[in-house]
Ligand binder design. Structure first.
Ligand code: NAI
Length: 241
């Protein structure tokens, strides 16, 4: 029987590449999304991966979504907490709403998802939790106090939870992408993007598939001894100690 994997925000961008990468490795994949139903339908047709709409920042909605996935595909054994948003502003202009929304979607979502699959993973003695953070959670970024806080929070979440999962066959890791060629990054003005690329020693944006292959490795049996780790995938743009 193939293992079941859930990728939040798994219908586009980095999440889509992760969903497709895991499917190619033989997992039964569920791809969650938050927004556009037509786009998700198209994703289903193109990939043959089933999509599930629920808001990762809503604990009850997550519970209902997980129940549906479990009924369709079986219990989630690999969880990729990928869904994320930005809502940038310099701190002196950042509203409470901007702060709360980004913390809820980017950080509390990891609690909402992981907490509700955790006991099952413990009982079965196997689990893989992969959190998608960001280079900007490692180094901080002007205009992103909310996002950098949420993404740094995911690193602490990972380090603490890895210690709790270790004896139960559950690994918990965090992947920190640098700038990846996705819609989120294409929304950045051309001139700003040129400046960003100039700071990447490899000389280009990363590819979503390069994050997906890291996730597939962490999900695999070969990744069993890697837990609590922060995997930096950024073309040497920021070399974390
Ligand atoms: P994207 O904007 O293309 O996709 C985000 C996905 O999250 C979408 O499928 C969307 O439906 C989903 N989503 C957003 N809010 C949601 C909610 N409340 N409930 C359920 N789903 C929700 O983003 P992209 O660029 O693919 O990024 C994926 C992850 O990688 C994010 O966590 C992002 O912060 C992180 N990241 C991205 C980088 C990049 O260069 N694109 C760099 C570093 C980190």
């Amino acid at each position: 029987m193939s293992r079941t994997a859930l990728v939040t925000g798994g219908t586009r961008g980095i999440g889509r590449a992760i969903s497709e990468g895991l499917k190619a490795k033989g997992y039964a994949v569920a791809a969650n999304f938050g927004g556009n139903e037509d786009a998700a339908k198209q994703f289903e047709q193109e990939t043959g991966i089933k999509s599930y709409k629920f808001d990762v920042s809503d604990y009850e909605a997550v519970g209902a979504g997980l129940a549906q996935i479990e009924a369709d595909l079986g219990p989630v054994e690999v969880l990729v907490n990928n869904a994320g948003i930005t809502w940038d502003a310099p701190f002196h202009k950042m509203s409470k709403e901007q702060w709360d929304k980004v913390i809820d979607v980017d950080l509390s979502s990891a609690f909402n998802l992981t907490r509700q699959v955790w006991e099952g993973m413990r009982e079965r003695g196997f689990g893989r939790v992969i959190n998608i953070s960001s280079i900007n959670g490692q180094k901080g970024q002007f205009g992103q106090v909310n996002y950098s806080s949420a993404k740094a929070g995911l690193i602490g979440f990972t380090k603490a939870l890895a210690q709790e999962g270790a004896k139960k066959g559950i690994t918990v890791n965090v992947v920190c992408p640098g700038y990846i060629d996705t819609e989120m990054v294409r929304a950045v003005p051309e001139k700003v993007l040129e400046i960003i690329i100039a700071t990447i020693p490899v000389g280009r944006l990363g590819k979503a598939e390069e994050i997906a292959s890291m996730c597939a490795y962490l999900a695999s049996d070969d990744g069993a001894f890697i837990t609590g780790a922060t995997m930096t995938v950024n073309g040497a743009q920021y070399i974390a100690g």
